[in-house]
Structures are given as C-alpha cells and as structure tokens.
Design a protein around this ligand. Sequence first.
Ligand code: ATP
Length: 318
Amino acid sequence: MMGDGITIIFNPRAGGNKQRFLSAILQRAGVKAELLQTTHPGHARELARRVRAGRRLYVAGGDGSLNEALNGLLDAQIDGHEVPPLGIIPLGTANVLAVEVGLGVNTRAVASYIHDPVYVWVRPGLLNGRAFFLMVGIGADADTVANVSLRLKRLIGKGAYVLEGLRNIAFPRHRDFEVHIGRDQYRVAGVVATHASHYGGKFIISPDASLTENKLDVVMMPASGSLATARYGLALTMNRLFRQSDVSVVRTERLTITSHCGPAPVQIDGENAGALPCEISLSPYPVRLLVPRAYFNATSQKDGQMGASSQPLQIASQ
Ligand SMILES: Nc1ncnc2c1ncn2[C@@H]1O[C@H](COP(=O)(O)OP(=O)(O)OP(=O)(O)O)[C@@H](O)[C@H]1O
C-alpha cells in the first residue's frame, strides 16, 4: 500500500454543502485525512498544485472542482514535479466522472473505493492548454452551460440545465462551426469531443470512448434549428445520439474548431470555458486516476495497483 496519507480538497459549495456526507464517508472508511477546504473558485487548482506525489489526493466536490484540481496537477507537472494520484469523492450535482468509472454515490461505495486504492493512467484532454477529464462541447450544450441561471441552479440543481436546454430548443441560436480533423473538415451546428462514454450523468454519448484511450471521440451534429436540437437532445437521453443517421463520430488525438457564427461559448467538463476558436488535444502529461476495482479490472491496465512500482507512461509519438 502507498502509505503516505490522504489529502482531501473539499468544495463546500458543491451540491449545496455535503459536509455530513463527507464525514460519514471518512468515518466508514476509517481513514484520517488532511482536509483542505476551498474558499473561492480556482482555489482547488492552487491547492492541488502543492500536494506531494507520495500522497493520495481526493477531490470532494463536483466535476468542476475535479477539473480545477486536474489543472493544478498539470501546473505542477509543467513545473517538473511528480504529482499524486487523484481520486473522486462525488459531492457535486451531476458527478459525471464518478458515473464514468462506475463509482456509486453513496457512503458505502465511496468508503470501500477509498479503502482499495487502484488507479489507471489517463492522458487528460487539453482545450487551448486547459486540461479536462471528460469532454468539451460547443453548440446547444455550451449555450446552455453559459446561460443557465446560477440562482435557479442553486434552487433546483440539475433541473436548471434542463429548463435552460429547453429554452435553447425553443429559441435556438444560429450555430455554424467547422471542425478540422487531420485533412478532413466537417460543417456542424454542435460538437462534443469526449474522453468519456457518459455525458451529463448516465447518458451514453459514445459507447467506445474511454478515459484510458489515447483518443477522443468527436461526436458531430450537423443540423441546426429547434427540431434538430430537440431530436439530438431526445436521442441523447435514449442513448441513441451516436446512432442518428446524420451524426458522425470520429476518433482522433487532435482537432481544431473554428466558428462561422462569431464568438460562441465552449463548455469544458460542464463549466463555461471561454469562446472559439479552439484547439483540442491530449495532454503529454498522464495522471493516475483512482478508480473502483471493477473499473480497474475492466481496463487492460493491470499495472495500477497502488504500491506496485509504476513506470511513467510511455507515450508513442504519432
Ligand atoms: N468556497 C467556494 N465558494 C464559491 N465557489 C466555489 C468555492 N470553492 C469552489 N467553488 C467553485 O464551485 C464551482 C462548482 O463546483 P463543483 O463542480 O465542485 O460543484 P457542483 O455542485 O458539481 O457544481 P455544478 O453545479 O457546476 O455541477 C467550481 O467551479 C468552483 O470554482
């Protein structure tokens, strides 16, 4: 076992303060941990950057906090430091990364996950230099994330996204982008470049996408307008988006997206992240993501037993 101790970065704002849930998990897991509480947006990034490689770092929060901590690890790697393995204590609103690795959002599941630390190597995605675990979206989903009312989100959680999404269907914005993959170009109204098979919770956006693959799945939606947006949205909730006859899915390690409709928002792991144009790739710096044993067993990366000597990932140059 890697015995050097556990650090937890806790976002007290995630999912409307779940400190009691966190205490129950730690009590059940029977672990002592150093608890670092965030005080402002961006704080998880600053904190994660300073956690030593010999420890295990868990983020108690949502996908936004995990994204910040991931970027803190990237900062440390760029500065030449080794970084700790990163784990998930899912306290957020959607917890897509937890869903992706099959981690149950209940005390027992999270406690036993902390008890049995195994990891997989993940090369995070990069959007204009900012790291992400899950996906980048441009089109109706990014418009929804950019315009969702924060007050409503605090009041009704995920429902606020559903309402804003419906508003985007009723009053769609003109969206027209060009996706460049190698020598190919695609004209689309919406695109999601994903490293995860799940999207927005339990919906499957691309069944073959995997955090441990050295590729992103680029899901492209060409049609625009209310009807098409509604069709794509409905197909997603039925796990059939990738089967739509006009939707294409292309696997790649690198793509760029430009806009024919002026500045349009981009969402990264469910958070608003600036505007187009953008370049999306995979980071040359892999991280160790702590995962439940079932997920570990299901991937072929059998070298992730904590404590086993682990070599840095060799990345084939392509
Ligand atoms: N102490 C704090 N006060 C206010 N905001 C904070 C604080 N700590 C972190 N944040 C911000 O809270 C945001 C949301 O965090 P997180 O994603 O963990 O929770 P969430 O409930 O899943 O949120 P979301 O509603 O985005 O799904 C993050 O972008 C982070 O920057």
